[in-house]
Design a protein around this ligand. Structure first.
Ligand code: ADP
Ligand code: ASP
Ligand code: MG
Length: 814
């Protein structure tokens, strides 16, 4: 005999019930017990309706109508007209009984656990009856059997305990004598010796099936549900989760105890005792292999088999000086809880015995606190024990696997993975079986924690980076283009999955947790919400995605000022915006320290030389113990362009205009020509070289006349340039008579930084620099005479975007 159980979603509508019939029809077995749940959602509906009735809220009648409609419409859809009236009238008479019970509850304004069980049992009873009738009408040799005749329990209503000897006896006797091939039974329901209805706990139909399978020694127990087996994590929360092909009873039990709802926790025990094979299959995809559960999983080697979580946990701590060295406090604590029927999910005790911390279901918290404070009232009155500390809105997350005990370092990996993503761990416990490691975390971090742990333990090193992009001008849009182009490459070669979740420019912003289409982002952004930087931050925080990165492609001071709050949430920052790193030294230092403290990289490679790896190289030199003695550099693509094109036949202001028109300067060309931009860059390089410098410490030998520096707009700036053409020609002549070229050079020498025009003779490294190229010479302890040289295009949207891209990848490898 085989036992097949179909859960609520597998019998939620006439269409899926037809699938169930096909599966049953194709199953090869001489005899089959088919256990069904209530139609999906009906149990909740029954419980809510009963609650409303007991609160004398007449809306319960609406609930009842819905329950009626669900069942009657399935009957009409499934059964041929000829059979309908009989089944409809039976169902209606059952529903009338239900109505009477609800009326009773409403009349007396209360509901006892016994009445609640009676009411809720209608879900399974009706479902099994209707399905058995449909099976018969479809040609299966089927019969309906009421499980209440077979499963005997005590009278703990809501979650009754099974009397196994009697239940086993009844099951054996019945199934031995029953001649039909298919026996349809309601799950979840049972009865006391007095014939009162009991239920086995929410999700208990799985248990019904396993009790019957074990009682009759079935060949196999099949649990049919809405997912293709037991997954490495809840597939509704972790998209990358995969079905586990084969798992041991103990592992399955541990995963379900720690929240994997796909199996009701007590289900495994009866089949484990008998050693019966069990399989979890998907009704919606019956060909999928599913998960096999047996004594030993052949998939040895894998340490962590699954990750599960229990939401809604409260943490209660009992502490105080009076607890040290006094034996029996934990014993008393657990006795109190056990008497109050409160189960403890997790325990941690500090080795000093100064405190005991327990995790329990949050619905039990108020009751538990009351009971504990009553039991320890004497010690509390003497201040030997403090009042119970209650922490709410928590969850437990657990790694599960039989082989975990034989492997070092798993908990280290678990906690560092969580730490990197700013998931705060409130308590830790390692199960006595060493089959699980669990941590108590904030409820709002569950999704992030599950995904990041799944990535760390199951995804063969594919790491997901979640980007939030600010600025879609030249650089931003190039970056989005590069991300689109490289998406596949990054996945295949660097094992990085890059998802852009948020984009904002100064007008609009758009978010999509599953990733914004990199083809359609301009349209999506256009039809997005009005841009709002506070809301942008709040939304990122709410999405709370792992490996989040803020990418700043703007030159905005306001955005630069917001980096600390992102870093404090462990959101990394990648920026081409120079403001943050060239503002007061204290601010620069704060950002670096926040990045370290919150394990969120703060990268700004493009602040100097666009995509050239200047800062990264400098970092490596420093990290490997080298020391910077001097830096000589041409760091302004714009100034280089200007002086490269300026000659006796041209005029200075025309060349500046051309540079501006071709996008080589900032919109306000004075920022480049005054040398301010180069000052910022050499300041950043000096700071990265270990010098504490401010912008005001940098000497600027500006070649611009004072009058030009004082202008307020571009028009008057150009006017002044024109006026001083003679001076500029003079500068040029001075240089050319010496056979030199003019270059705007930034220097750092023994801790002193300066910028200014210099005469560069033929043969010098800077002499042949052309276009918008940059060059940096690093003179260090290891490169004292022949400097380390980095040279190449130092301006332009494409190379800047590629520099940002490189920073993003650096975070991917972090
Ligand atoms: P049924 O109605 O068939 O009894 P349940 O809703 O009780 O189905 O259980 C199936 C659900 O369990 C899945 O839809 C999934 O959301 C949830 N679930 C939680 N953890 C896991 C896991 N590790 N593997 C598979 N499903 C899981
Ligand atoms: N119908 C019950 C519930 O929803 C039992 C089950 O489906 O397993 O809890
Ligand atoms: Mg279930």
């Amino acid at each position: 005999m085989k036992v097949l159980k179909f859960g609520g979603s597998s019998v939620a509508s006439a269409d899926v019930i037809r699938k169930v019939k096909e599966i049953v029809g194709q199953t090869e077995a001489k005899k089959m017990a088919v256990i069904v749940s209530a139609f999906g959602g009906v149990t909740d509906l029954l419980l809510n309706t009963a609650k409303m009735a007991s609160e004398q809220d007449l809306a319960y009648k609406e609930g009842l109508k819905k329950i009626e409609a669900r069942h009657l419409s399935v009957i009409k859809d499934l059964l041929p007209v000829a059979a309908q009236s009989r089944v409809l009238s039976k169902a209606k008479s059952e529903l009338n009984v239900l109505e009477t019970l609800l009326e009773g509850a409403s009349y007396i304004g209360e509901i006892t656990p016994r009445l609640s069980d009676k009411i809720v049992s209608f879900g399974e009873l009706l479902s099994a009856y209707i399905i058995s009738e449909f099976f018969c009408e479809s040609g299966l040799e089927a019969v309906y059997k009421d499980s209440r005749d077979l499963l005997l329990t005590d009278d703990s209503h809501g979650k009754a305990a099974v009397n196994f000897p009697e239940t086993n006896k009844r099951c054996k006797a019945y199934f031995n004598s029953e001649q039909s091939t298919v026996i349809v039974l309601p799950g979840f329901v049972a009865s006391t010796v007095d014939g009162n209805v009991t239920t086995l706990g929410r999700g208990g139909s799985d248990y019904t099936a396993s009790i019957i399978a074990a009682a009759v020694g079935a060949e196999e127990l099949q649990i049919w549900t809405d997912v293709s087996g037991m997954y490495t994590a809840n597939p509704k929360i972790v998209k990358q989760a995969k079905p586990i092909v084969h798992i041991s009873y103990e592992e399955a039990m541990e995963l379900s105890h720690f929240g994997a709802k796909v199996l009701y926790p007590p289900t495994v025990q009866p089949v484990l005792d008998k050693g019966l094979p069990m399989v979890i299959k998907n009704t919606m995809d019956s060909k999928a292999a599913g998960t096999v559960i047996t004594k030993k999983s052949p998939e040895e080697g894998r340490t962590v088999r699954g990750i599960s979580y229990i939401p809604n946990i409260s943490l209660l701590s009992l502490e105080g000086p009076g607890m040290i060295g006094i034996p029996g406090i934990s014993k008393r604590l657990f006795e109190v809880l056990s008497l109050a029927n409160i189960s403890v999910v997790l325990i941690t005790q500090a080795s000093s015995e100064h405190s005991i911390c327990i995790g329990i279901d949050e619905v039990d918290a108020a009751n538990a606190i009351q009971e504990i404070e009553k039991a320890f009232a004497y010690e509390m009155s003497l201040a030997k024990i403090k009042p119970v500390i209650h922490e709410k809105d928590l969850a437990i997350i657990a790694l599960v696997g039989d082989q975990m005990k034989n492997h070092q370092g798993l908990s280290g990996k678990m906690f560092s993975t969580l730490g990197k993503n700013n998931v705060n761990i409130r308590a830790i416990a390692q199960g006595a079986s060493e089959r699980n490691i669990s941590a108590v975390i904030r409820k709002e971090d569950v999704k992030k924690a599950l995904n990041t742990l799944h990535e760390a333990f199951f995804e063969e090193n594919i790491k997901q980076l979640n980007l939030f992009i600010l600025g879609t001008g030249n650089v931003g849009s190039k970056l989005l283009g590069q991300l689109k182009q490289q998406k596949k490459y990054l996945k295949e070669h660097l094992r990085l999955n890059i998802r852009v979740i948020g984009i904002s420019n100064s007008r609009k912003m758009v978010f999509e947790e599953q990733g914004i289409s990199l083809e359609k982002w301009p349209e999506l952004l256009d039809s997005g919400k009005k841009a709002d930087s506070a809301l942008f931050y709040d939304t990122i925080q709410k999405i709370n995605a792992r490996n989040s990165i803020l990418v700043d492609n703007t030159a905005s001071e306001k955005i630069a000022a917001s980096y600390p709050k992102y870093l404090k949430q462990s959101i990394s920052v990648v920026t081409c915006n120079k403001i943050a790193c060239s503002s007061a030294y204290g601010q620069y230092l704060e950002l670096k320290e926040l990045a370290r403290e919150f394990k969120a990289p703060f990268l700004f490679e493009t602040n100097v030389g666009a995509g050239l790896p200047i800062i990264d190289t400098l970092k490596h030199l420093m990290a490997s113990g080298d020391e910077v003695i001097a830096i000589k550099a041409v760091l302004s693509g714009s100034l280089n362009f200007v002086f490269d094109n300026f000659n006796e036949k041209t005029s200075f202001h025309e060349i500046v205009k051309k540079a501006q028109e071709q996008g080589y300067t900032e919109p306000d060309p004075k920022i480049d020509l005054s040398g301010i931009d180069v000052m910022r860059k050499i300041l950043i390089l000096s700071r990265e070289s270990g010098y504490t410098l401010e912008l005001t410490d940098i000497e600027n030998r500006s070649f611009l006349p004072e009058e030009a520096l004082r202008t307020k707009n571009n028009e008057s700036f150009f006017k002044v340039l024109k006026k001083y053409e003679g001076d500029f020609q003079h500068l040029l002549k001075e240089a050319s008579t010496k056979n030199c070229k003019l270059k705007f050079v930034a220097s750092l020498d023994k801790g002193k930084a300066s910028v200014g025009l210099e005469h560069i003779p033929e043969g010098h490294d800077f002499y042949s620099l052309s276009g918008s190229d940059n060059i940096v010479l690093f003179y260090t302890k290891r490169y004292p005479e022949q400097p380390l040289i980095i040279k190449g295009a130092g301006a332009g949207a494409d190379v800047t975007a590629s520099g940002i891209f490189a920073d993003i990848i650096r975070i991917g490898n972090y």
